[in-house]
Design a protein around this ligand. Structure first.
Ligand code: MSP
Length: 528
């Protein structure tokens, strides 16, 4: 029997390669990478999939404008995406392009199987089509006669099409929602699906197009190409080799443990995707996590509004870890996150510089000053103050885990920062500079230094999935070299450090920024 609890398969949506990725688009992938790293830290066998969604009319049009073939265009864009993920230290295990043969062949097989089973039938479609969103809408779904998703013009189109019989599976889907409370997170997204789409009556889904040809052809009726969402959604299984000659990855990793999607594509992942899987008789992913959007003060990021911010801009000036931290920290569970230059610089100065960097700096300099850099041993009998501090710390680790297991990442980070604040407060409470004055307080001073170093080790382990370099920098400065002391296994232990020496002169990991200058800098960059 394979051990389902010891593997973790996480996916991001596959991106439309239609332009440069801004911090909003990068968010999903940073989130997936961080959660994957957390599971890896816990010793699980992890696998992360990302990629690009390369078919459809819109891509065909953009490529044409660029004077390239669609394939030349998408390959160039996929390479750019990979380059960005490398810059952001995203450790994906596979990158799928939907124009790869390994994907196209299987999508055709899946389509044929749906036809044979009677899930797909031929009919005629008429509706309002939004080209950029590649979606048909009914008259009632339009908002002021425009696309309800992007607000752009729609055109009335009619075409011979194949349809997927969604109605057949509606009851099964509702039952599944009911019996698997962990399937959709956060929970309110499920109610949105039920109230907005399922209760009003789920329409059968049109799954082919004849109006353009940049897509996967229906083998038995090649004037039809397969609708981009049926094509795209199946990437999560074709990448694992489903219906191919090699089932190794599929057997090992399917069903996915976590599929992360933005709120705009929740409908496709919470309704159509589970139904396709049911029709294939495959188990459903354990959890689909729907996140909100990163917005700007004046709404969505857009070039024309002059309010776009790219990850590269932030990384070049403030470093990767500050960028990742901000994105993950500013996204509430129940509403959109906001990017403002002021908020970014404030988080940098308060959370990273005042709280974290100063804690490390103070501690390293005190261990040098009082013990020539040698971290005292754990004495095995903590006094009341130290005991309370230990209990608080372990409680915070539990809270962090609870939040993380619910995929409430901003809240999980908040729990780490509560621990950082408490550790700073512990210094103020124990007043090591006063203890150092009296010889009789030597044991207290030793215990205080031990606890500070031990807590910094725990903090570094906790932040490692989100800010790998910063965590490694902390380990280096407090003298932790052994990998065994950097893992989750002994994060709650208090007696693991022996013969540890901190570096002679601490180095600040984050330096205070000039608020006015940096806000000005970011505002100017956003206008360009
Ligand atoms: N190609 C589809 C996904 C198919 S998955 C089978 C798609 N691509 S996308 O490039 O438009 O979006 C990719 C992801 O970026 C989506 O999860 C989307 O929600 C997310 N985001 C786009 N803008 C965003 C923000 N401003 N903030 C957070 N996430 C954002 O949809």
């Amino acid at each position: 029997m394979r051990d389902l609890n010891n593997k973790f398969y996480v996916t991001t949506p596959i991106y439309y390669p239609s332009g440069k990725f801004h911090i909003g688009t990068a968010y999903t992938t940073v989130l997936a990478d961080s959660i994957k790293r957390y599971h890896k830290l816990k010793g699980e066998d992890t696998y992360m999939l990302t990629g690009t969604d390369e078919h459809g009319q819109k891509i065909q049009e953009v490529a044409q404008k660029n004077g390239e073939t669609p394939k030349e265009y998408v390959d160039k864009m996929a390479a750019a995406a990979k380059e960005l993920w490398t810059k952001m230290d995203i450790k994906y295990d596979d990158f799928i392009q939907t124009t790869e043969i390994r994907h196209e062949k299987i999508v055709q097989k899946i389509f044929d199987r749906f036809m044979e089973q009677g899930d797909i039938y031929k009919g005629e479609y008429e509706g309002w089509y939004c080209v950029p969103c590649e979606t048909y809408f009914t008259e009632t779904q339009l908002v002021d006669g425009k696309c309800p998703d992007c607000g752009r013009e729609v055109k009335l189109m009619k075409e011979e099409s194949y349809f997927f019989n969604m109605k057949k599976y509606t009851d099964r889907l509702l039952k599944y929602y009911d019996e698997h409370p962990e399937f959709v997170k956060p929970d309110y997204r499920k109610n949105e699906m039920i109230n907005n789409f399922i209760k009003p009556g789920l329409e059968d889904l049109c799954v082919t197009r004849t109006s353009f040809d940049w897509g996967i052809k229906v083998l038995k009726d090649p004037k039809h190409v397969i609708y981009v969402w049926l094509d795209a959604l199946t990437n999560y299984i074709t990448a694992l080799g489903y219906l191919s000659d090699d089932y190794t990855l599929f057997k090992k990793y399917w069903p996915a443990d976590l599929q992360i999607v933005g709120k705009d594509i929740a409908r496709f992942h919470l309704i159509y995707w589970p139904i396709f899987l049911m029709a294939l008789d495959l188990p459903l992913p354990k959890t689909i996590l729907v996140h909100n959007w990163i917005m700007m003060k004046d709404g969505k990021m857009s070039k024309s509004k002059g309010n776009v911010i790219y990850p590269e801009t932030l990384i070049e000036r403030y470093g990767l870890d500050a960028t990742r931290y901000f994105l993950l920290r500013e996204m509430p569970v129940s509403q959109d996150g906001l990017f403002t230059p002021e908020a970014f610089i404030e988080r940098y100065n308060f959370d990273l510089c005042n709280d974290l960097s100063n804690l490390l700096n103070r501690t390293v300099s005190m261990v040098n000053k009082y013990f020539e850099g040698n971290v005292p041993k754990y004495n095995g009998h903590p006094n009341e103050v130290d005991k309370q501090f230990e209990e608080f710390t372990i409680g915070q680790i539990d809270k962090f885990e609870e939040k993380l297991n619910e995929y409430e990442i901003a809240n999980a980070l908040q729990e780490i920062w509560n621990l950082i604040s408490r550790t700073n407060k512990y210094i103020d409470e124990t007043m090591p500079w006063a203890l150092a004055k009296e010889d009789e307080n030597k044991e207290k001073l030793e215990s205080c230094m031990y606890h500070l170093i031990e807590n910094l080790r725990k903090i570094a382990i906790l932040i490692k999935p989100f800010m790998n370099d910063t965590a490694e920098n902390i380990f280096r400065q407090i003298g932790i070299k052994e990998n065994a002391l950097k893992t989750w296994n002994n994060i709650k232990d208090y007696n693991k450090l022996e013969n540890i020496k901190v570096i002679e002169k601490g180095e600040p990991i984050f330096m205070r920024l000039n608020v006015e200058e940096e806000v000005e800098y970011l505002k100017n960059i956003m206008k360009k």
